[in-house]
Structure formats: structure tokens, C-alpha cells
Ligand binder design. Sequence first.
Ligand code: 5BU
Length: 480
Amino acid sequence: MAASSEVMPASSESIVLRLFEVDAVKFGDFTLKSGITSPVYFDLRVMISFPQLMTDVANLLWDKISASKFISLCGVPYTALPIATLMSASHNIPMLIRRKEAKGYGTKKLIEGIFRTGDVCLIVEDVVSSGSSVLDTAEALKSVGVLVTDAVVLLDREQGGRQKLQQEGITLHSVFTMTDILTILKGAGKLDSQTVDKVACYIEHNRFQPDQTVCSLKPKVYDYEERAKLCTNSVTRRLLEIMGEKRSNLALSADVTTSQELLQLVDKVGPHVCIVKTHIDILEDFTQETVTKLSQLAARHNFLIFEDRKFADIGNTVLHQFGGGMYNISSWAHIINAHGVPGPGVVHGLREVGASKGCGCLLIAEMSSAGNLATGDYTTATVSMAEANKDFVIGFISVNNLTSDPTFIHMTPGVQLTAGQDSLGQQYLTPSEVITNRGSDIIIVGRGIYEAKDPVEAAKQFQLAGYDAFVARLTEFMTS
Ligand code: 5BU
């Protein structure tokens, strides 16, 4: 990130601190409109409740552009409207207002206020990331003959908006860059180095490409080893390391019904997979020896064990289901999964047992079966639940990529070499659809392997198809 070239007056620093105090600048995990997860969020709307702060901000913006030539100014609706009003009133510069939608009655004006063709208008905005809001307002002004050469903004998130606007002939004047905000807050002891690094890393990897349309922000694609280093959860890190070492994003769903079949299948296919997924309760002859031997195979062939138990009860019940009973899942599974239906208590109950044993949990955010109800708001709420429990939740069962956060893993069931459906509603996608097009990380394959004439050959085929699909996504990102 480029450091700001100018020395800022002390008052600028105090304004950043006040913005932080009133929660206009927040740090944590936030899902943006684009679906991308951001470690920093600006909500400058709260300024209207702090008139002195808003006046000070308006003055800072004015100081930044006094050299520019314009005869009117226009705030980008809505946050910047009161700021533009203050600038207009204090400096006696006429204001224009852009309607978000043209009125359906009366004069049908897109721009309110008095203007003439060829007038130059300054755009006022609170935050610029891609530059799209400033451009929308500039387009609206242009459509009535008003020109825009400059825009002033309180904060430039340094995500490519400045370059995009310059390409369109608009010079962006910013009071603060994201780097300034981080420097000031860190200097004042409000942020630790870890948060500063995290935000800097996010900005670095989430820039809009100026020559692309503004909606095409693509999250960075990491190779497995690089991504493992970003992960603090030991299960996620280990999994990504295995995926890199074995060049495999294949999980075997070993849905056979006897211990012997299970152990024989896993011994043969183990070298080609990063995960073996079990449904331990479908075994007719389960004994503790089965899972002891399975764990030995996991160590020998370097894979993790995922018990697909789909916990879905209140915290106290899942705690017992996971931590005890006949299967004693927490004593051998590295990964488990849960539905978010019961609310966060299900995660808390599982965490109480699993966290100290180094186990990670996937939340079922989407399913592969036809007509399933895990869609829309339910999926979004599940992602929020995962973000609020990142120490224990390592990712999702899903059929799409749901977050750009590289520390979450997406695993997708319902995979065959050709797309289709079984007689009970299972829907199949191909490895390239799942990994290259939809941005998932791991393909989960059951019958495609264990019902094949030669399961080892089938596993090799899926391993190759899955890994090639990942390389295609990586290459696409690198060359875009
Ligand atoms: P298949 O034989 O490749 O269709 O097996 C898929 C496995 O994934 C099977 O164990 C299912 O229980 C599991 N699964 C799934 O198919 N779809 C889902 O949405 C979830 C799990 Br969650």
C-alpha cells in the first residue's frame, strides 16, 4: 500500500479518532454488499448524530479542493448529502441533488437544482472503494449536460477507485487513505499490529482492476501452501498443507456398510485423497477397533477424517452426541459438520468438546440435493454464524463459494465426472464446475469411487480432474 505523501495537520488525526470512537470506523469481519468479507467497515452515516464532527469533516473536505474549479457541488446520495449541504452553505456554492430514481410524476427530474449545459460540478463522497458510486452520479450529471472533473472524498480505501475514476477523466481528492487511518489508529494505540496487517493484506488482495467493469472484483486465488500460512486454525492449516503435498482436493465419501470394506477401500484409495469422510452409523459392525485402524490409515496415507454426522440439536445434546456415546466421534474425527438451524448453541456445544482436541467444524450452508431448503437468507445467516465462530468453524459444506475469506474452506458433495441426478434427488456437478467455475475447494465423491469397477483408478481420475480444475482457476486469476 502506498504511504500518504502529505503530513497531516493534528486536527485530521483527532477527526480519525473521533470517527473511531463513534463507531464510524469498525474492525472485525463484515460481509459487504458484494459478498466479500472485509476486516474493516466504514459507516459514516452515524455522523449525522454528531453535528460538530460532521462540520469538521465538511471543513476538511473543503480544504482539500479549494484549488479545483467548479461552480456547483453534488453529494453522492445519501451519506454525503448532509456533508455537501454544509460545504455549500458555508462557502456559498450552489448545490445540486441527484435523485436515485427519476420521479415518476411531475417534472421527472434526475438532477434537482439550477444548472446550465457545460457547468462544472464537484462531486462529494464519503468513501470510495471501486469508484462506482461517484461514476453513477457523474453519469447522471453528464446526462443533463453538467461536467465533472473532480471528486472529493473523506476516505479512499485504496482499492483501485482512484485509478478507475482517473480513467474516466475524474481526479479524486481524498482527505484520508486507508493507510492514513491505520497509521493514525495504530499510533494512538487503538489497533494492534495484527489487525493492521490483516487490513493491509485484505486491501492488497482485493483491488478492483481499473480496466474491468466495477462489479468484477475477484478475490485472490491462493495456492494451497500460501493459503495454509494465512490460517491460524490448526485443522485448516494441516488440511491445506496436505492438499499441497498430495496435489489433491479430493475427499472420499466412504459410505460402505462393513468395517472390512471401509478399511480396505480407505487403504487403497488413501494415497489419492486429502480427506476420508465417514457416516460411522451406517456400519453394521462398528467397534472401537474400526476407528483405531482408520486413524492408523489416516497417519499412514496422510489424510484427515471427516465424520459427516450433521449435528443439528441444542448445544447440550450435541455436546453428548459428539463427546461420548458408542461412537465417541470426538476421539477420532478431525472434522465434523453441523446444521445452523438450532442457532449458535450448536456450535458452542460442539466447540466445548472439540476445540481442545484440535477438531474443526464445517457448517452446512448449502446442500446438493434437489429441493433442499438451505438457500438464500438461510445460507447468508449460516455464513455469519461461521464468521462469528471462526476459532472453531473452519468452513462450509456448500455448492458455491460463499466468502472470499481464504481461511474458510468450501467442500462440495454431489460430484461425478458427468453432471446428472440419482433416483433420490442427489444432484451431481463435475469437478471443473465445482472447483473452477464455482470456486469451491474440495470435491466430495462417494459412489463415483466406491461403486466404480476399479476404485483406485476412479480415485486417480477424480484427483487429477479436481487438481486440474484448481490449477485452471489459479491460472485464470493470475492472467486476469
Ligand atoms: P455420493 O455417493 O457421491 O452421492 O455421496 C455424497 C456424500 O455426501 C454422501 O455421504 C452424502 O451423505 C453426503 N452429502 C451430500 O451428498 N449432500 C449434501 O448436501 C451433504 C452431504 Br451436507
